[in-house]
Write a protein that binds this ligand. Sequence first.
Ligand code: PLP
Length: 394
Amino acid sequence: MKYHIADRMDRMAPSGIRKVNEKALAMERAGEHVIHFEIGRPDFDTPEYIKQAACKSLADGNVHYTSNFGLAELRQTIADKLGRENHIDYKASEILVTVGLSEAVFAVLASTLNEGDEILVPDPVWLNYINVPNLLGAKAVTYSLKEESGFQMDLEELRSKITEKTRAVVIVTPNNPTGGVLSQNTLRQVAEVAIANDLLVISDEIYERLIYDGEQHLSIASLPGMKERTFTMNGMSKAYAMDGWRLGYVAAPEEYIAAMNKFHQHNTTCAPSFVQAAGVAALTQEGDEVAEMVKEYRRRRDYAVAAINDIPGIHCQCPKGAFYIFINCRELGMKSAALSVYLLEHAKIALVPGDVFGPGGEGYLRMSFANSYENVVEGCRRLKEAVKQVRQAK
Ligand SMILES: Cc1ncc(COP(=O)(O)O)c(C=O)c1O
C-alpha cells in the first residue's frame, strides 16, 4: 500500500537532537555507559509543592476541560507575574494558556503569518522557529548570532534583511543553543527597528529565570510602544523543571488572543486542568527552589567552561543564561555532525551538532549541562581524551 503523506510534511525537518538521543539510547540498551549532554531539559525533579498542588487538584475532581483560554485563576496569576517581575501591564484577558511554549509558537505563527510572509529568526536557534514558518508556507529569514559578539545580534544585518514581506522578528533570550543573553541595549534597538518598520516581535523568554553573573532579564514588551506589537511567550518547563507537564502561555493584545484561541481550540482545546492548577501554585508559592536549581546549574557551568577551555583544539564562551554551552570545534577540521558521531561512538558522550540549529551552528557542538555535576566532570574528562585523539589523527 502507498502511504499518503502530505507534501507539506517535507517542509519540516525531523529533530536533529532526537537523532543523537535515539542513538545514545540504543547504545545504552546495548550496555554502554553514555553521558547525556544532548537533551535540553532540567535533570531536577519538579519541586514538591507543585506536585502536591496537582495531586490536590486531581483529588478535588478537577479532571474536565477548562475554558479554552485557560483557568481564570491561572490567567490572572500569569498577568500578575508579568506585572511584578517583567514590568508589563497585562490583563488576564490578554493571556492564553497553552500546552507548553511549543504550542504557543504554533498559535502565534498560525495567527500572524500569511503564506509568503517573511519572519526574521536567529541563526542558530531552537528549530521550531524555522520549521513552523516553513510548514505554514511562510519564509524564515535568518539573522546571525556570532560568537565574536558574544552571540548578540548585528542590528545592521537585521535591518538589511527587512523587506516589504517581513511581518515579525523572533528573539530568544536567553538563547538555545548559544546560552547568550541579549543586552538591554540590543533589545532597545530591536524595539526601535520593530516600531520603525511596523513589525511584530515574538519574544521567547522560556529561559528567563536561568540567568547568571548578575545579568538581568529584560522583556521587550516592557519597553515603550512595544506591548501592542509583542507576543511574550513563556512556560513552566525550564524554571520549574516541569517540561513533562506541558504548560506554557502567550501574552498579547486581546485581538491576537482571540485569533490564537481559534487555533488552540481546534488543536488542544485546553492545557490539562490539574496541570493548570499546579501552574498557579508554581507561580505563587515559590520558595527558594528555583534559586537552588540555578545555583547548581551555575556550579556545573563554571566547571565545564573551565574544563573545555583547558582542552587544546576547542573553546567556548561562558554562557550567561540557559543551560547550554556552545563549544567551538572549528580548529579540529571536522564537520559538527561527524564529530558528534565520533564523540558518541568513541567517548560515549552525546552532544548535539551545532548545524542542527541552523547553518551558523556549523563548527560547534551544543552541550547541555542539565546533568549531574559528577557526569559533567566525567563527560569533560572523556571529551578531553577524545579531542586529543582527533588531533593526533589529523
Ligand atoms: C528556546 C525554547 N523555547 C521553547 C522550548 C519548549 O518549551 P516547552 O517545553 O514549554 O514547549 C524550548 C525547549 O527546548 C526552547 O529551547
